[in-house]
Design a protein around this ligand. Structure first.
Ligand code: PLP
Length: 360
């Protein structure tokens, strides 16, 4: 079956087209924890195999309790989903209105989901020339044109920009004043949890925060995400998923992942350290501009006219390295690419391969 989803991590299709097994490719295109599964998650999955003869717990009770502990919130604040993508696709069905504004560049599934529900989606484009900063007055103006919902991702994807809480609060105030609902996507916030707006959002009824468990916890193949909101909205969102939207293995893995605080602490420390090294090394290429990031990936702009597609093809053909070509993000051109922060060895391999290609 063919389809037109264009995301990073399309490793099976890429491997098939090259005639190689997927594990020979270094995947820098999807931003997944390079440590992979925590040992506790691995053990929990093996132990849960026999419980597959039962239906999953449709109340997601244990996971909601574990999330309450992880975030220091109440379990009533969470709705569990089959990846945060499921929430993105269900939200337009319950949001009031028909016109959405998306702070962009951003995750492309917002538009796809909105369009499926006959919403109009417009972009509020942030400029790389201004380091993707947000002009609050311009945003206020755009919101006043009858926008019902604002979508915003923090840290931004693919730009990686981490917006401080005071900016988020300002944006939220604009939403309140203009009567718009705010969808705040924090898919990568576990890497910089102190900047989350979670405590803020639960006190209001016109905002929802989306979280993914696939990136930081390294389980994209299991599909697991959740929302944080006030209890009424959480219940509405949970009811849209149907009775068994999240499978047993995802549920037990989620609980174990949240409890493995040592693995999570090591992940944060490692990513910060490797991201800094990568940022500095990529900054030494005269052809590149690298954007600061709070997440486990970096956006790079090629300044010498080389197209990202050419670079991507060369990295794949000669070095078996897959990067994310960012041409299809609203607001970006074919001179941008995104790379994940991988293991130390893989990051070195990427840098050496780039040096060869860029003749450094
Ligand atoms: C910003 C953002 N939000 C949401 C998602 C969806 O994540 P998942 O459905 O795996 O939880 C992604 C995936 O790449 C993303 O980049």
């Amino acid at each position: 079956m063919s389809h037109s989803y264009q995301h990073g991590g399309n490793i099976f299709t890429v491997a098939r087209s090259l005639g190689v097994p997927p594990d020979v490719i270094s995947d820098f295109s999807a931003s997944i924890n390079p440590f992979g599964l925590s040992p506790l998650v691995r053990k929990s999955l093996i132990n849960a195999l026999d419980s597959l003869v039962h239906y999953p717990d449709s109340c997601h009770s244990e996971l909601k309790q574990a999330l309450a502990g992880y975030h220091n919130l109440s379990s009533a604040n969470f709705a569990i989903a089959n990846g945060s993508t499921e929430l993105i696709y269900n939200l337009p069905a319950i949001l009031p209105g028909k016109k959405a504004l998306i702070i962009s560049p951003s995750f492309s599934e917002y538009v796809r989901a909105l369009n499926q529900h006959s919403w109009d989606a417009e972009h509020f484009i942030l400029s790389p020339a201004n380091n993707f900063s947000i002009d609050i007055a311009a945003l206020e103006h755009s919101l006043s044109s009858g926008v019902d919902v604002l979508y915003f991702c923090n840290p931004g994807n693919p730009n990686g920009t981490l917006y401080p809480q005071r900016v988020i609060e300002k944006i939220y105030r604009l939403c309140i004043d203009s009567g718009a609902f705010m969808v705040l996507d924090e898919a990568f916030m576990d890497f910089c949890e102190e900047s989350s707006a979670k405590r803020f959002v639960v006190n209001y009824d016109n905002a929802v925060l989306l979280r993914s468990m696939t990136k930081f916890f390294g389980i994209p193949g299991l599909r697991l995400g959740y929302s944080i909101s006030n209890a009424t909205l959480a219940e509405r969102l949970a009811s849209l998923g149907g009775p068994w939207n999240v499978n047993t293995l995802a549920l037990v893995a989620g609980v174990a992942a949240l409890h493995d605080s040592e693995h999570n602490r090591r992940t944060i420390e490692f990513i910060r350290q490797e991201r800094r090294k990568l940022f500095e090394s990529l900054g030494q290429f005269p052809q590149f501009r690298v954007y600061p990031s709070g997440a486990n990936f970096l956006l790079v702009e090629i300044k010498d006219g080389t197209r990202n597609k050419k670079l991507k093809d060369q990295l794949l053909a000669h070095h078996r390295i897959l990067i994310r070509d960012c041409s299809n993000f609203a607001g970006l051109s074919d001179s941008f690419f995104r790379i994940a922060v991988r293991s130390g060895g893989e990051n070195q391999l990427l840098l050496e391969s780039l040096r060869k290609i860029m003749k450094l």
